[in-house]
Design a protein around this ligand. Sequence first.
Ligand code: NAD
Length: 336
Amino acid sequence: VKAKIAVNGYGTIGKRVADAVRAQDDMEVVGISKTKPNYEAAVAHQLGYDIYAPAANLEAFEKAGMPAAGTVEEMVEKADLVVDCTPGGIGEKNKPMYEKAGVKAIWQGGEKHSLTGFSFNAICNYEKAVGRDLVRVVSCNTTALCRAIYPIDKELGVKKARVILARRATDPNDVKKGPINAIVPDPIKLPSHHGPDVKSVLPQINITSAALKIPTTLMHVHTVNMEVEKDCTVDDVKNIFGSQPRIRFVGQGMSSTAEIMEFARDMKRPRNDMWENCIWPESITVGDKELYFFQAVHQESIVVPENVDAIRAMMELESDGAKSIEKTNKAIGLSK
Ligand code: NAD
């Protein structure tokens, strides 16, 4: 029998998680929830997902010609595990509903670590998530940093990591937020939360960060600097990154996030998703036990395979993280 998964909140992350779960052979989507019968709900309906909605809005779905299968509470009752993809800060309010139904739950990076007491990244701590009831999958930026820092720490020992993040201002579908003509140090008070959030997964890492919001919607770009314990060469670092299942080297004329997104479109990735960290191998610079590189991060999709792996661990469908990562990658079409 397949694990029964509900996706509460079908926005940027939720719609991608639903499709990625559907692509696996050991789990299935029992329902997705939408608050309103908008265009995204219409597509979910077309894709054959059972849509659930808040009780007060059921009539609106009926009127819009896409009758809901029931209330959000009813969806939760049908599931073994709920992936909460509601906006940051909203998700925590759903905890009592999940507890009442006795279901396992995953939240996203917009929620605090303390909500679940366990923050997840597949490469770093899959095994510790096995059998857990409550897990937080860390944010897009934290996911990318964990994937890059963990293997370097394992092979070379990270003494300290310093990160500058150029963050996309908002997602491509968002018409409400800016900036459209400014660079915003965000937050001005340092450090930003991004680097320190890595410690929720890798407490041993000495890391701080600063972040700037810039007028783009495509991707984030990180400038990463690490001081390491062992002497190493550029090739050593390339070999470490090259062996990682969710790190892709970008080159071949891809000198910007715009070209990486075009590449994802050309590869016919769903929604032009780039699930991997995109590292420019030419940027990898090493000297005096210190290394630097640039990586681009597709915020809309990077956490999607991690959600699938978190489900597999929590539902005890696979005890080996490397095997789950391979299975997830293959099913969604992530091949390097
Ligand atoms: P989103 O706004 O695109 O989607 C949220 C969805 O939840 C929307 O469909 C909204 O209608 C719905 N919703 C709102 N209130 C609800 C409620 N009370 N009950 C059920 N559904 C409700 O948000 P998102 O970007 O997908 O973010 C979801 C989570 O993922 C947040 O924690 C965020 O921090 C995290 N995250 C976002 C990104 C990103 O770049 N977009 C990356 C990584 C992690």
